[in-house]
Design a protein around this ligand. Sequence first.
Ligand code: SF4
Ligand code: SF4
Length: 116
Amino acid sequence: MSIKITKECINCGACEPECPNNAIYEGNKKWKMSDGTSFLKRKEKESGSNLIVDHEHEPKEKDIYFIVSEKCTECVGFYDQPQCVLICPVGCCIPDKEHIETKQQLINKKNFLHHF
Ligand code: SF4
Ligand code: SF4
């Protein structure tokens, strides 16, 4: 399952650079699937054209850091443990029970995000 950030976040920013999927964003920042991934290259190859869909999405939180569940793989494919959980000084990165996924689904998500 994805990890989520709770309201206890103190906006220290320590987690953001640790994420291998660029799934963590500062509050009020817009996000894209292609940020820090090879998503665009994958779409180019599959479509065979320049019709690339990579929308800019609205922030999921305004005042605290947030995790994009569509990009979080629980660090599967990169590390044995979720890096944001390890580094967060206040323990506010926790499992998101609304986005439960199997290990295989997380591997598939990682491959979807990082095709090359
Ligand atoms: S668990 Fe890993 S992939 Fe998910 S947000 Fe945290 S650092 Fe990023
Ligand atoms: S490491 Fe924890 S407290 Fe710091 S920005 Fe990330 S979630 Fe918030």
